[in-house]
Design a protein around this ligand. Sequence first.
Ligand SMILES: [Mg+2]
Length: 217
Amino acid sequence: MPVPTWIFDLDDTLHQASLGIFAHISRMMNLYMERHLDMSEEEARQLRLHYWHRYGATLQGLMRHHDVDAGHFLQETHVLDELYRWLQWEPTLRATLRNLPGRKIVLSNGPQHYIEGLLLKMDVRHQFAACYGMEKMRFRPKPDRRGFRYMLQAERLDPARCIMVEDSLPNLYAAKSLGMRTVWISRQCRKPAFVDVRVNALSQLLRKCWSALPQQH
Ligand SMILES: [Mg+2]
């Protein structure tokens, strides 16, 4: 098999966002809406839920309906010094990435400074050739295929040579439909047909991927 390019999600893939970071970002987004859009806590919570279902992200709804400045919102809701407190990752992360042959790229719906900051804190930034966040996806977050395509074009990548590593099934479905191979980080036993390989944890990537991924020519 030719050496692949690995496309990694960030949250709940390279670190355990659900253990604290997500909850903190959520609190910061609610506070932002209370402060800058003059909403009650309950209104903010309801509206975020609505935008999440309709657009896949709070920011999309705020840009479209409230004229919110995306840069301001992303900076205020992702304050790195606060988030570092909650950051948790596998102790084997560095070694796992180092032992995987091929280029590595991060594709995350988080803002650019957040991705770069977390990777630096985990001491793995140098292992990635590039990072694509919300801004570099031109505010077309996954699973919108346009976001994926901006990255593929900018990096001159053939999707058939790419392996997307993710915890989110809709994002993996989009990656597969573009021609990528897919690795799902999940403890669930059953995997859908568009997932090529499922792993419990990143540390299993090398062992499970090499033999199980379909060959592409
Ligand atoms: Mg994720």
